[in-house]
Ligand binder design. Structure first.
Ligand code: SF4
Ligand code: SF4
Length: 176
């Protein structure tokens, strides 16, 4: 009986080989040939700008808190008009696992994943990206989104006058 099961296993192996032997090879000659990743492939992280060209990041630390490997760090700062920004922003890509949790957590859509997977470096310190390495000139995905115009913070317009925003409520009028 053992002999029959062995023969069956060999036949199965040969059948699998013959099924694939005339198929087109899927191997590509990287780096001469590059594979196009799927549109939602998660690789190199960027910091984007809003439609007016301002930095979207408001240095809220949410991405840093969400990151399971603690590879994001920053220092917050504020402008005289109340708008916040990151004085410095750093991602250590040698620790990043490209899980995308930082992008999910970001309320301003500042931090986004791109399909650029060519991050390999010989020196591990070259994988520490500073803000100037991360900040791009465009909006990335969701090009219309502007956090300050939607959230109702009185930086772009006075409170209650931004799109999608209701006038502020005097909380004392809500007391019983
Ligand atoms: S993709 Fe994941 S591991 Fe990488 S920085 Fe974002 S939260 Fe951290
Ligand atoms: S990238 Fe987004 S989540 Fe991270 S600090 Fe900036 S605004 Fe907050």
């Amino acid at each position: 009986m053992r002999c029959i099961s062995d023969l069956k296993a060999i036949a199965t192996g040969f059948r699998t080989t013959w099924r694939h032997i005339f198929r087109r090879p899927v191997t590509i000659q990287y780096p001469e040939e590059k594979r196009t990743p799927f549109p939602r492939y998660r690789a190199r992280i960027v910091l984007t700008r809003d439609p007016d060209g301002g930095e979207r990041c408001v240095a809220c630390y949410l991405c840093s808190a969400a990151c399971p490997v603690d590879c994001i760090s920053m220092q917050s700062a504020g402008r005289s008009d109340g708008r916040r920004y990151a004085a410095w922003f750093r991602i250590n890509f040698s620790r990043c696992i490209f899980c995308g949790l930082c992008a999910e957590a970001c309320p301003t859509l500042a931090i986004q994943m791109t399909p650029d997977y060519e991050l390999c470096r010989r020196d591990v310190m070259d994988l520490v990206y500073e803000k100037e390495d991360l900040l791009i000139d465009g909006c990335g995905k969701d090009p219309e989104y502007d956090f300050y115009r939607h959230c109702g913070i009185g930086v772009v317009s006075p409170r209650g006058e931004n799109p999608d925003e209701k006038p502020p409520v005097d909380v004392k009028t809500l007391l019983p």
